[in-house]
Design a protein around this ligand. Structure first.
Ligand code: DGJ
Length: 684
């Protein structure tokens, strides 16, 4: 059955997902107006609904439009801001028609006078309540003047007005990403943004909206997430005159503009939305399922247990040192050995070498071959760290191509971490990057790349380019293109996205990567908070989590090995400690914990996730896994079929699901500092 329908008499479109409906209407003056986003409705019911008529009131500041523009009595946040060559601004719509496929709606609009066409794109899936929205802009005159684009969001979402409006989102910083915040929205415009050219550590490009009454498992939640890895902006507006709560978002940040050239078509990234009545937990699970089914390139593969050398060796990477670590890692049961920063060029610190992607001749006199051989000899896959978008001024690359970096005439080239950003909007730069990456991967059939990006864009310009600000978005598209080409050319290559920890963890990168390094902070205590924030949108199989040393090199906090393992087991487990310093008993305990992880891995990585107080529960088929820490207690589980009976895999103790749901699972946490446990249950 088609998920998209149209009522010609009221000019109403209805999108139906398994548990929700979304409706819009072509209203007075051909303005696309929002009608409904919530519980399922029939087309007849949606067609009979009134629209919020903010446009004809000279006092209202928001119109409940599908894409707010400038023009007429509009005073709210515009999603689309344009200026034509003669200085005229704004848009007066003409509805040109639509195309409907089973799962797709394209509403075609154009300006009444100027050569600008705009298509509102909607896509739905039979297995998801996520609605994907985006926009296509087209300059319809092959000859004329360009149209200046000052803002071009992908979509504006309207949430029904309620007496309370609460916003959930994440804030953060390097080593403290994805800290969940949940607070009443002010009667104001609230801007969530990154101006750094990457989606950023400071805010993640999604928001959730509820009336203040939703909890983890109950209540209506509207959520929106942007699939973009560069600068972005989401503006939420709470109106005190009774209008809907609006959320408009897209690529780019305030102050940037670029020109749509004659004949050119521009596609925005997707700004997806979901309505759920199942609280924040249900909302997250629906995003996880959507990402698995419709975003990730290889969703069904179990993520291997990896070892990463960064915290153990820093830049002090040598053949012997890595070989020794590889031997220890293999003995623990590690499946993939990843050499981090420091293997190439003159990269013995962060002062030099980025851009010179050949093995350091002193450290690897015979190239990478002997190390790759040793790693494979231990039965592990081989992975390598790269940072293709960067160069150090002290590098052969920069000396040969100083013009390849972002820069502006008469301005200093700001170095962050002693490095400059290569202009990935240039096709000669992306060709160069693709070529050396392709050769590197081919030379050793490399299994895994960690693609890092350690600084924000500054002096983001390209002297001589008359429309240089396009590079804010073209750089990101350049990164996507190289990633995509690499994956096509090397179908068995897997890629981890990273940007100084979790600085580019977003739906855009997840289309081209398998997993995400979500923070450089590996302290288990801090990690619980960071992982909790990450899990709001992104599934566990994409969340790399390493067990590192104690005291933690970053926080100096001391924690038991089992606690560090248990916290890291809630995602894709990795080991990042200096194994040469782990004692015999520690290595033996680590081996046992890693074996436990391999047993629970299909449930953690592929099951449904329930966030519980000081615990995470995963369910897949007949199996339930609970990872818990904190005080000893009985922990009430979630989501079980109340008629089922479960047995504890380790003890054989039987529990009725009805009691697990109401009275809880007795955890029997061990005594001592930072107690934690993993409980495995199987349905009888
Ligand atoms: C930042 C990453 O987040 C770290 O894991 C590590 O790869 C360093 N970069 C290497 O420079």
């Amino acid at each position: 059955m088609s998920q998209v329908s149209y009522d010609a008499s009221s000019r109403t479109y209805l999108l139906s997902t398994p548990a929700t409906s979304y409706a819009l209407r072509i209203g007075v003056d051909d303005v696309p107006q929002h009608v409904h986003w919530g519980v399922p409705l029939t087309l007849a019911q949606a067609s009979a609904l009134p629209v919020y008529d903010g446009l004809t009131s000279s006092f209202a500041s928001t119109g409940g439009e599908e894409l707010a523009v400038e023009g007429g009595a509009r005073f709210g946040v515009p999603s689309l801001l344009v200026r034509y060559a003669d200085g005229t601004r704004g848009v007066e719509w003409v509805h040109e028609g639509h195309e409907i496929r089973d799962d797709r709606l394209r509403v075609r609009l154009r300006d009444r006078h100027y050569p600008l066409a705009c298509t509102l794109e909607y896509a739905v899936h039979a297995d998801s309540d996520i609605i994907e929205r985006s926009l296509t802009l087209r300059h319809t005159d092959g000859q004329g003047e360009p149209v200046e684009i000052l803002r071009c969001d992908a979509a504006a979402w309207s949430v029904p007005a309620a007496s309370g409006v609460r916003l959930s989102h994440t804030v953060g910083q390097w080593s403290g990403e994805t800290q969940l915040r949940r607070a009443e929205a002010p009667y104001a415009e609230t801007v969530f943004t990154s101006r750094r050219g990457l989606s950023g550590h400071y805010a993640n490009p999604w928001v959730m909206v509820d009336a203040g009454d939703a909890d983890e498992e109950h209540g209506a939640v509207w959520s929106m997430a942007l699939a973009w890895s560069g600068s972005w902006r989401i503006t939420a507006h709470r109106d005190h005159t009774g209008g809907p709560f609006t959320v408009t978002g897209g690529a780019g940040h305030d102050g940037l503009s670029w020109r749509l050239r004659p004949g050119e078509t521009h596609n925005t990234p997707v700004f997806a939305g979901q309505f759920s009545t199942r609280g924040f937990g249900g909302t997250s699970r629906a995003w996880h399922a959507y990402i698995v089914r419709h975003v990730l390139p290889r969703p069904d593969e179990l993520r291997p247990v990896l070892y990463n050398s960064w915290e153990a060796t820093g830049w002090d990477v040598t053949l012997e040192g890595q070989r020794a670590l590889a031997e220890k890692a293999a003995a623990l049961g590690v499946e993939l050995f990843v050499v981090d920063d420091g293997w190439f060029g003159g990269r013995t610190s962060d002062h030099a070498g980025l851009g010179d992607w050949h093995p350091n001749p002193e450290r690897f006199p015979q190239g990478l071959g002997p190390l790759v051989e040793a790693v494979r000899g231990h039965g592990m896959k081989f992975g390598l760290w790269v940072e293709p978008e960067m160069t150090n001024p002290d590098s052969e690359l920069y000396r040969a191509h100083p013009d390849w970096v972002l820069h502006m005439p008469h301005r200093r080239r700001t170095e962050l971490r002693n490095q400059l950003v290569l202009n990935f909007a240039r096709t000669d730069v992306t060709e160069w990057a693709y070529k050396w990456l392709d050769q590197l991967v081919s030379a050793h059939a490399i299994d895994f790349l960690k693609w890092d990006m350690n600084r924000a864009l500054t002096e983001a310009s390209w002297p001589g380019d008359p429309d240089a600000e396009r590079l804010w978005s073209d750089h990101v598209r350049g990164v996507y293109t190289v990633l995509d080409r690499l994956r096509q050319a090397h179908p068995s290559l897997r890629i981890e996205g990273c940007a100084g920890g979790g600085g580019r963890a977003d739906l855009g990168m997840l289309r081209y990567t398998d997993q995400t390094w979500i923070s450089d902070n590996t302290d288990a205590d801090d990690r619980i908070t960071i992982q909790h924030g990450y899990s709001q949108l992104y599934p566990a199989r994409t969340m790399d989590a390493w067990v590192t040393d104690s005291p933690n090199p970053f926080t100096r906090r001391t924690t038991p090995l089992s606690y560090r393992f248990h916290v890291a087991m809630t995602g894709a487990l990795g080991i990042g400690g200096d194994l040469s310093r782990w004692t015999g008993p520690e290595l033996a305990e680590a081996r046992a914990l890693l074996t436990l992880y391999k047993d629970i891995r299909p449930v953690v990585q592929q099951g449904e996730q329930y966030r519980l107080p000081d615990a995470v529960q995963y369910m897949s088929g007949d199996r339930v896994v609970v990872v818990a820490w904190g005080a000893d207690r009985s922990l009430r589980l979630s989501g079980l079929d109340a008629t089922a009976v479960y047995a504890d895999d380790a003890t054989g103790t039987e529990y009725a699901a009805a009691t697990l749901l109401t009275h809880g699972l007795p955890l029997h946490l061990p005594k001592g500092d930072k107690p934690s446990t993993v409980v495995r249950l199987t349905r009888l």
